[in-house]
Design a protein around this ligand. Sequence first.
Ligand code: NA7
Length: 559
Amino acid sequence: MQAIAQKQQDAFDVIIVGAGVAGLYMLHRAKQAGLSARLFDAADGIGGTWYWNRYPGARVDIESFEYSYSFSPELEQEWHWTERYASQPELLRYFEHVAQRFELYPHIQLGTRIDSAVYDEARGQWAIATQTGQTYRARFCVMATGCLSAPKVPDIPGYGSFRGDCYFTSRWPHEPVELAGKRIGVIGTGSSAIQFTPVAAQVAAHLTVFQRTPNYSIPLRNRPMDLDYEKRMKAGYEQLRRMQWRSPGGFVLVGGEPRLPLTTSALAVSAEERLSEFEARWQAGGLCLYTCYPDLMTSKEANETLAEFVRAKIREKVVNPAVAEKLTPRNHPILTKRLCADSGYFETFNRDNVTLVDLQETPIETITERGIRVGGREIELDVIVFATGFDAVTGALLNIDIRGRRGQSLRAAWQDGPKTYLGLMSADFPNLFNVAGPGSTASLSSAIPCDEHQIDLVMRLITRSRNGGGAGIVEPTHAAQDAWTERIQAIAAKTLIHESNSWYVGANVPGKPRVVLLDLEGFSAYIDVCDGIIARDYEGFVFESAPAGVPAEDSVALA
Ligand code: NA7
């Protein structure tokens, strides 16, 4: 009896790893389909990115009406966003509300880090082991581990020797952090640092920003929610969602109006018309410059028109011309690193208590006990904040020891770069789904619509794998996987993406294979490809029956 009870507790139809945007929706869909599911997360709370990245200033840079779940019209109507771009605490409240409203908590096990996932070919099951040694079994395993969740360990000499307080934006403490009156150093000028810097400068005795690469940033223009705006958005949700799913980035609002990207080349219009379009989007705020002219990512000349527009804005904002010049990106095309959206970032450098250290001129020699030494002088600090980024897209996944058929490891299979079909599955790793995996559009598009679409596909694959009876097994063919992997690189080769050392190409982590990690054709094109594959009876996937002799209690029962 005890053995059976143990078995029932430990065997699930689906195991999900990660309680962020994707994991929560996957759990909802699995529950809806009558599958038994358990979701694990290492954190002590749900929310994924929004659980960990709680640094001052953290907020979403896609409008909340678009950066929110679309699967429930009731949820859309009942939730009230207090700002156009929700802050981290509000986002966390939203995900907690979702988990409560859809009764997800009973199926979520927090504080549990997954160490390994091993495919048991004889049973057609995954054995998923926690860091503390428990093993759980499931027919299907969904890795919803996030594309920006494994912090990069900084490759800086003297790392670890500082005697003051050290924080990572990606692992900000839950208890209050005292920054007021402190000498703060922040390393990095990516999205996280660009959000943190203006907020920290307001309270710091002195803030020193250590910049290795200047970044392009657009004003966010966040503001409190206007109730008429909210009413209009809620009334138009259906159309908004339709347009999001027909767009390359999964977001379409430009100054509060849904707009699909322009279709004319930036070079086909007059300089005046181009500037006026750029200016309108600059005034609208947020990331809508992404969805402007279609050739900004493919033509150096077109790209340069936008880059030069933003450079001129930086010169306007920063009073000291020498500082403005240091803050001006010139060594990479705009949009080839993640575009940032800020609330007063460049203006922060006009403050008396803020200093920019250009690491191109004076690289960090070492972190010392008392601060950071650059150019032969020690800058004394009370606090160092590392906003140094992530081992993106593959990092969190490969931190888990994943073994597929014949015991082969995913790390070994991907040593020269990840290989996937649709950025979702890999050959020899049956029934393992990597949501927002390498080769998907997720890391360049708005996460929530992309995750919802991929998870809907996961559910279709699970259902299709059950057709004909018996617990199903689904896996892509090697040929389909190779073709997809080549396709991703071929699409990228036609763009400017290789012209910067970004996490999009794995360049920010020493030793990581330099390959493009995302599908640059965009979200709506990805949806079309998936629809075609489904219409051709799941072309590129192979469905098998479960191995004979698998005990009945292990088999999947779809409602
Ligand atoms: P990012 O965008 O990867 O930014 C990391 C920043 O840290 C970037 O400016 C890096 O400079 C800098 N960095 C990294 N390592 C070092 C060292 N060793 N020395 C100096 N500077 C360093 O991470 P974020 O957290 O800001 O944003 C991640 C994503 O979150 C973002 O793309 C959005 O999708 C949301 P580099 O450019 O490599 O020279």
